[in-house]
Design a protein around this ligand. Sequence first.
Ligand code: ADP
Ligand code: MG
Length: 208
Amino acid sequence: MITGALLVKILKNIAIKIHENKQLLTELDAAIGDGDHGINMNKGFTAVSKKLDEIKSHDCGEILKTTAMTLISTVGGASGPLYGTAFLKASIVAKGKNELDKGTIIKMFDEAIKGIVMRGKAQIGEKTMLDALIPAYEALKESLEQGEELSTAFHKATDAAYEGVQKTKDIIATKGRASYLGERSIGHEDPGATSSYLMTKTIADTLI
Ligand code: ADP
Ligand code: MG
């Protein structure tokens, strides 16, 4: 179970993790994009962290909706609306719930990915955040369906996300700014896949 208080803690830890990796994300984006992914994500999650200090509600839907709206309104660049849509879709599943059980978490993750696909029109294998998120979701779902603990499932999801990030090195980008580079995008990890991995890892580490 993830309570509202734990969800806030997870989101605040994501803000810390993104802040610690701001430079890395920016360097990855400088290689194949415009070098702002770390700046964008840090700006967004710093704002989220502040907003969550004011939130009194224990409704997980409210917490995630606040996160989504803050990301959409503060993050410039493609990643803001994409992550914003993901959190918004998850918030709809979580609406009215003070606790998230395993089934709800699977559904939230699934809807979040569908939101990113709807918004960005990418699929797996196009060198985007989806290359980390889809394998992470599949590993999470499989683990939870086998009856494993939430923290175990998120650690497995983290490993799958990490593998997904590594695979983005071998992929030519066909979506987003990196697609302008064509073959020259090969050899570089995708920054958005890396931020997705960092978020998954933070959830896993907070659940321990
Ligand atoms: P921008 O590309 O506008 O500068 P960011 O640098 O913040 O925005 O984010 C870049 C990341 O966004 C990429 O590394 C990629 O993972 C993700 N991204 C870009 N376009 C798409 C898309 N259509 N679908 C999914 N993810 C995408
Ligand atoms: Mg960028």
